[in-house]
Ligand binder design. Structure first.
Ligand SMILES: Nc1nc2c(c(=O)[nH]1)N[C@H]1C(S)=C(S)[C@@H](COP(=O)(O)O)O[C@H]1N2
Ligand SMILES: [Mo]
Length: 234
């Protein structure tokens, strides 16, 4: 097990406070949530400065610790509304066609890491291999931290800039960055890029992800969520 660097006691206290606010807390969700992430990003442990290749990145985990998964025990399942549910090992994913994307990473709280290479399998290729059933309209993502979730519409998931990423910054994905496998949704804020990805589930409706229950946009195109960025291209 590895310790998380986000300062869980602070986050937990603030979130519990939000729950206590009831309806008012829900209405004010987006603003409170940004405050939570800002508190977390002060990085009380200093861990982010020690991350391998972490330059510019902040480390986030909504859980206090996350199990290690290696090539020996990692599996990614693709299931739900598909013709052929599949389970991949890390070696299976490495043997598939790889795609490289170099874009700026953008967290919705304002930090940005320019020109960051990600490499991995096109999510569209995995969906194709599983055979998406006609009634599926959305894709849900589960993580082996046991808590985080994300989702995309099927159209978003089939884009050619959405990866099941195995490498970041020309190295295998480090545990802290969601290794061995994370989602990488290049055109959206980084909270869509679920770390420690272990399940992909085709569903009939979009199931909002972890932060989206606290008010973040489900459609997280960079530029549409906070008005600071250039107009999106898609
Ligand atoms: N499983 C999981 N994935 C996650 C998160 C998380 O807390 N847990 N945080 C998200 C957010 S808000 C951001 S900004 C990025 C941070 O990625 P990094 O830790 O590699 O910088 O991961 C996203 N994916
Ligand atoms: Mo974020």
């Amino acid at each position: 097990m590895r310790a998380g660097g986000e300062g869980p006691p602070v986050g937990r206290r603030v979130v519990l406070g939000m729950l206590g606010l009831g309806a008012a807390g829900v209405a004010a969700g987006p603003y409170l949530q940004r405050a939570v992430e800002n508190v977390a990003s002060k990085d009380p442990t200093g861990l982010s400065g020690l991350l391998p290749g972490g330059g510019g990145f902040r480390y986030y985990s909504v859980t206090g610790s996350v199990p290690d998964r290696t090539a020996a025990d990692y599996t990614l399942t693709v299931g739900g509304l598909v013709e052929k549910p599949v389970s991949y090992t890390l070696a299976d994913l490495q043997a598939m066609r790889q795609r490289r994307i170099v874009r700026d990473v953008q967290c919705v709280t304002g930090w940005r890491v320019p020109g960051t290479p990600f490499e991995g399998v096109l999510l569209a290729d995995l969906l194709e291999a599983a055979g998406v059933r006609p009634e599926a309209t959305a894709v849900g993502f589960g993580c082996f931290d046991g808590s985080y979730t994300e989702s995309l519409t099927l159209d978003q998931a089939r884009r050619d800039d959405v990866l099941v990423a195995l490498r970041m910054q020309d190295r295998p994905l480090a545990h802290e960055h969601g290794g061995p496998v994370r989602l990488y949704v290049a055109p959206m804020y980084f909270y869509k890029s679920a770390k420690w990805l272990d399940s992909i589930t085709l569903t009939s409706t979009v199931q909002p992800g972890y932060w989206e229950h606290f008010g973040y946009d489900v459609d997280a195109w960079v530029g549409r969520s906070n008005g600071r960025d250039d107009a999106p291209t898609a």
